[in-house]
Design a protein around this ligand. Structure first.
Ligand code: HSE
Length: 309
């Protein structure tokens, strides 16, 4: 197999950020890489890193599926396709690994086919496959994003998070599919719970825009999805409390979970927060990987062979 110089880097994402279910998301500095090149015949997919051995390497691979959609949309017919996925983002943990694969492959396929699609068109295609836009948008544009769907189209805005905002993620060593984590959600919510979340989303956006990080603890509370998902993540409430007691300014379920994320202002409390989250998960017999992360501000980038943009 030969390869090309086309490589796209896409960040992990933490969706929802507490109350912003399917609306808010933030890019994180953990990355997946997608390489794509045309070959004379057939399909050849290589997977390295996270998901090696478990990710489908045939025609149901999501990177291939979105590349096909891009080619069909612009009328490009490659004789064959090579795709290499080099993954740092753990799969099915609530860190946007599928959105990263889709965004990376859609961007790569767009370059391969002559760059005919706009950012909006690519986002529309990725969100349609994902079923929600809150991972896809920050994966593509970076930073913190607010995204809504209106009349079949996406409207989104990006904010730069405060420079001192950092986070600890506790990634349990088990997978939880988004499908399963969405299946436990109620079909209807109460007026009171909707008001509870609306107010907090407003406060959260204000806090992130103004750097008022002391508001995050209050503004990240949620009644729409986290309480229903708690039984799927043993120890979730205790880990949140432990992180906050150790100095975190806010805590949330990352996307559909099972990863939990605790936000900090600077890195002074990081060692205590990391230890507290790991210890508390251990009390509930959950082993996890602990990482400190920062927001990614760039989003997806097409790299040249030297690693430059
Ligand atoms: N907003 C989505 C959910 C994110 O919570 O189900 C999935 O990664």
């Amino acid at each position: 197999m030969c390869s090309s110089d086309l490589k796209v880097r896409v960040p992990a994402t933490t969706a929802n950020m507490g109350p912003g279910f399917d609306v808010l998301g933030m890019a994180l500095n953990i990355y997946n890489y997608v390489e794509m090149w045309e070959i004379s015949d057939g399909l050849e997919i290589i997977v390295d890193g996270e998901g090696k051995g478990s990710i489908d390497r045939g025609k149901n691979n999501i990177a291939y599926l979105i590349a096909r959609r891009v080619f069909d949309r612009v009328g490009h017919e490659p004789s064959g396709l090579g795709i290499r996925l080099v993954n740092e983002i753990p799969t099915a943990r609530g860190l946007g690994s599928s959105a990263a694969a889709l965004v990376g492959a859609a961007l790569a396929a767009n370059v391969v086919s002559g760059g005919q699609l706009t950012e909006e068109e690519i986002l529309g295609m990725v969100s349609e496959m994902e079923g929600h836009p809150d991972n896809a948008v920050p994966a593509l544009v970076g930073g913190v994003t607010i995204c809504i769907e209106d009349d079949g189209g996406l409207v989104y805005r990006k904010m730069a998070p405060p420079s001192e905002l950092q986070a600890v993620i506790a990634i349990p060593r088990y997978e939880l599919s988004t499908e399963k984590a969405r299946s436990v959600l109620p079909k209807r919510v109460s007026f009171g719970d909707a008001i509870f979340n609306m107010g907090r989303v407003g406060l959260l956006v204000h806090a992130l825009e103004r750097g008022d990080l002391d508001l995050l603890g209050l503004a990240m509370k949620d009644r729409l999805h986290q309480p229903h998902r708690m039984p799927l993540i043993p120890g979730m409430g205790d880990v949140f409390s432990a992180a906050l007691e150790a100095g975190a300014v806010g805590a949330a379920l990352s996307g559909a979970g099972p990863t939990l994320i605790a936000f900090t202002a600077g890195d002074g409390d990081m060692p205590n927060i990391k230890a507290a989250m790991e210890e508390k998960f251990k009390d509930h017999e959950i082993s996890c990987i602990i990482k400190d992360v920062r927001p990614d501000l760039q989003g997806a980038v097409v790299l040249d062979e030297n690693g430059g943009k």
